[in-house]
Design a protein around this ligand. Structure first.
Ligand code: 5GP
Length: 135
């Protein structure tokens, strides 16, 4: 199903464009948590990060530091969070992969609840992860 970001990519909806190349578009969030809150999206149309091709992932990784520098230069912020939500229970509202770059300034920015627990069965987790990562 087409998302609001598909419409932005197609030019059917406007955006405040920060950056664009062959694989990536970045634009200002319409409801920012802080001034300069920017969204960085792949042009590849996937809902979740784990569904992206390696090429789209690499294209995002290549430009995220540069776009972040532009956000910091424009806002004067020194601190920031990168946020990437996947799935409605994980606070995803738009089902097209996107990274938030959120400056942390004064009392503005991302609110975080960080609920820690004990690390349990790392070896069991690692054996499954390594099996998945094996070429
Ligand atoms: P999510 O919760 O899915 O990670 O975040 C979606 C983000 O997209 C929100 O921060 C929301 O403000 C932003 N957003 C939703 N619709 C639009 C839109 O039409 N234009 C822009 N620029 N941002 C949008």
């Amino acid at each position: 199903m087409a998302t609001i970001f598909d419409k932005i990519l197609d030019g059917a909806l406007p955006c405040h464009r920060v950056y664009e190349d062959e694989h990536v578009l970045a634009f200002l969030d319409i409801a920012p948590l802080a001034p300069g809150h920017t969204l960085v999206i792949p042009k590849e149309r996937r809902a979740h990060l784990h569904e992206l091709s390696d090429e789209a992932g690499a294209a995002l990784g290549r430009v995220l530091p540069r776009i972040t520098r532009a956000v910091l230069a424009a806002t004067g912020a020194q601190h920031y969070n990168l946020l990437q939500n996947n799935g409605a229970p994980a606070h995803q509202a738009v089902f097209h992969v996107h990274f938030h770059i959120i400056p942390r300034m004064h009392n503005k920015g991302l609110g975080i609840e960080w609920r820690t627990s004990e690390l349990e069965d790392p070896e069991g987790l690692l054996s499954k992860m390594h099996a998945e990562l094996a070429p």
